[in-house]
Design a binder for this molecule. Structure first.
Ligand code: ZN
Ligand code: ZN
Length: 356
């Protein structure tokens, strides 16, 4: 954690700040190791102070590394006025503008009347965007679990089962296999519903010869995996096979292309061009992927606008999809680690068209 705090301290100089307030829960975890909910951190060039309330006394003692711990009231902002590093000082205090509500901004102003509050963007995110070895190990463990679930769940799916039943089985397996929780609400979208990119499982029963899209993830030690597969419960139609093959070609081509120094928008284009050439471009309505880490939607964003350049240690999803309204859809999503020379696909589940 000290390394990470040092990097933030380096950023203070770059951003011309005297202190930095971290309020985003996942960033607090990244910088301290603390996995509870109520915690904030103040970082100055010389110090790092972690604030939480009495409910998390033992937990913070056990988890927090690299910061001095101060126990305060539940309203942690109130206690900032007691931190000697910033108390009563005319300092430039950076805060995370995408996280601090307007209400809390006004409170902060009255709690630290002498401080100049400076909105900042992506200070911690620009550091955590590249994962270290230990983080990558955790993500790998999470991907092993999602792979194991996929190999087991297919045997349970047959016509007549509801989507919600399938989701319940997936989430049970994820936990049974050692994850602390599911990364997000499991998506099970069958038949025409598979045209919904985020079709949360419903009471709909899966019918013979329908496509089914599963999208789910596991959390291991805070770090997530995220995978999607589409298959057919029965026989795939000719059209479905064509759509499936297009998504698969697109996904594989992007994986072959992904490497350091490439712009995220360029990678998106590699995948999108395959779908466009098949005449299905208008049915791929979302970006190619996203980073994963402590969050399911972590940095970088991989879409047609993203100017971010890929760097070794980034872990992103590559998940092109085709969604045809009132017909159905296909998405294939793998978790991919950017290496020094290219990339390594962490998700190992088969990708050929499965008919069960
Ligand atoms: Zn997903
Ligand atoms: Zn995803």
């Amino acid at each position: 954690m000290r390394e990470r705090i040092k990097k933030v301290q380096g950023k203070l100089k770059e951003e011309n700040l005297d202190a930095f307030l971290v309020t985003t829960t996942s960033n607090v975890r990244y910088l301290s190791g603390y996995s509870g909910s109520n915690g904030i951190i103040v970082i100055t060039p010389q110090a790092s102070v972690f604030l939480t309330d009495f409910r998390y006394k033992d937990q913070s003692k056990k988890q927090v590394k690299g910061s001095k711990i101060i126990l305060g009231s539940r309203d942690l902002l109130d206690d900032l006025s007691n931190i000697k590093e910033i108390k009563g000082k005319r300092i430039k205090l950076g805060f995370e503008e995408t996280n601090l509500s307007y209400n809390n901004y006004l409170r902060l102003k009255s709690i630290l009347p002498d401080a100049l509050l400076v909105p900042t963007q992506n200070v911690v995110e620009s550091i955590l965007i590249q994962k270290d070895k230990r983080e990558i190990e955790k993500i790998k463990k999470a991907t092993v679990i999602t792979d194991q679930v996929f190999s087991q769940i297919l045997g349970l799916i047959q016509p007549g089962i509801t989507e919600i039943d399938v989701a319940a089985e997936i989430e049970y397996m994820i936990k049974k296999l050692g994850a602390e929780e599911v990364a997000f609400g499991t998506i099970v979208a069958s038949g025409k519903r598979s045209a919904l990119p985020h079709g949360r499982a419903s009471q709909k029963k899966i019918k013979p010869n329908e496509p089914v899209t599963l999208d789910y993830g596991a959390v291991v030690d805070g770090y997530v995996s995220d995978m999607t597969r589409t298959f057919v419960v029965g026989k795939a139609s000719k059209k479905f096979k064509r759509v499936y093959q297009t998504v698969l070609n697109s996904q594989k081509k992007a994986i072959r292309a992904a490497k350091p120094k490439m712009k995220c928008s360029q990678l998106d284009k590699v995948a999108r061009d395959v779908i466009k050439r098949a005449g299905l471009g208008k049915y791929f309505g979302h970006g190619l992927g996203h980073g994963i880490g402590l969050l399911v939607h972590d940095f970088p964003t991989v879409n047609s606008k993203s100017q971010q350049v890929l760097l070794p240690g980034m872990v992103i999803t590559i998940e092109p999809g085709i969604y045809i309204p009132n017909w159905g859809g296909v998405r294939i999503e793998d978790d991919v680690l950017i290496t020094r020379t290219g990339c390594q696909v962490l998700t190992r589940s088969p990708k050929h068209l499965i008919e069960i």
